[in-house]
Design a binder for this molecule. Sequence first.
Ligand code: MG
Length: 387
Amino acid sequence: MRVHVLVVAAGKGLRAGGDLPKQYQDLAGQSVLRRTLTRFHQHPEVDAVTAVIADGAAELFTQCAAGLDKVTAAVPGGAERQVSVRLGLEAIARHAPDIVLIHDGARPLVSNATIAKVIAAAARDRAALAALPVADTLKRETEAQTTLETVPRAGLWRAQTPQGFDFATILDLHQRFAERDDMTDDASLCEAAGIPVTLVEDRADNIKITRPDDFVMAERLLETNMETRVGSGFDVHAFEEGSSVTLCGVDIPHTAKLKGHSDADVGMHALTDAIYGALADGDIGHHFPPSDNQWRGASSDVFLKHAMDRLAQRGGRLILADVTLMCEAPKVGPHRDAMRQQLAEIMGVSVDRVAVKATTTEKLGFTGRGEGIAAQATATISLPAAS
Ligand code: MG
C-alpha cells in the first residue's frame, strides 16, 4: 500500500502577523512548515510527501525541505484551498498512491499515533478524518447580538487534519466538485457525495497555527514533547606502517598509521555510532557497508554528517558529544581543542557541545602495548517524542 501525504501550504497566512506567511515563520528554531514536513517524513508508513505552495514561495520551500528525501518537488497552488488541493492531487497522481493524507501545513505538532490511525482508517473505510469531540458549551450570537443561543454539543466534533482517503475517490470528488466553493475541508466532499467518513479521535495538541498566540502555545507544547536520549559508540583500529593518524578529524604525525577501510578515524567512528545509537538507527557498517568500494579511503566526516542528517530529519538536535580516546601515543592533549573545533564544525554545533578526552590504559591490553587505538563516545540528543 502506497501512502502519499499532501501538505497544503499555499495560504498567505497573514492572521499570524510577521513579515512571512505563517508556515515559513520560525517555531522554536525551525520553520512551521519544516516541522510539519518532518513529522510525515519520519513516519515509517509514509512513502512520499508533496506540498502545495503559493506563487513565489519556491525558494522558501526549498529551505524547508532540505535533506528530507521523501519530500518531492512542490506544486504551485491556487487562490482557494480547495483549488490548491485539487492541483496537488492531480500532480501526485503520477506516483499512483493508494491512500492520500491531506494535511494543513500549519499543523506542525501532528503525532505519529494520529498519522497511523488515519492511514489505517482510510485504508479500511475509504475516508477518515482526525477530529476532536467538542468539550466546551457552544454559543451562537443572534443576528441582533443582544441574546445568545446555546447549541447542543452532543455528537459535535472539531475537524482537524490529517484527513485520509482512497486516492482515486478523493481525486474524482475534487474534480467533480471543482465548481463548488463552500467546502472548507476535504471530508466535506465525501459528505456531499454520500460517502461515509470515519472519525479518528485526535490529540488536543495537534493545533493549527493561526494567530500570534498559537506560536507561544506551540513552542510550549514542543518543549514538553521533547525527550532526551543518550547513545553510546565504541571503535578500535589497529596500527600499521605509516607516519600519521587521523583522530577526530585532525591529522597528527606519528610513527604508525591506523589501518581501516576508510580514513580509520576511530574517534569519529565511535561518535557517529553514538548518534546512530541515540536514534536507534543502525550503525556505520549498516549505512556504509565495508563491502561497498565507494567508501574505501572515505573521509569519516561523511559518516558523521550522515548521522547528523538523520538526527535533523527526525526533528532532533545534539545536546552533547563526548569522545574518549584510549592510547599510549600519540599525545592527544595538544590537539584536543583542534579536534573539538573540527567535530563541532562538521556537526554544525557550537564547540561547547563537544568534549574530547584521552586516557592511556596503563600499558595494559592492546592499547597499552601500542597495537592500536580504541575510542568510546556518548551522544546526548533531544528528540520529539512523536508517538
Ligand atoms: Mg571504525
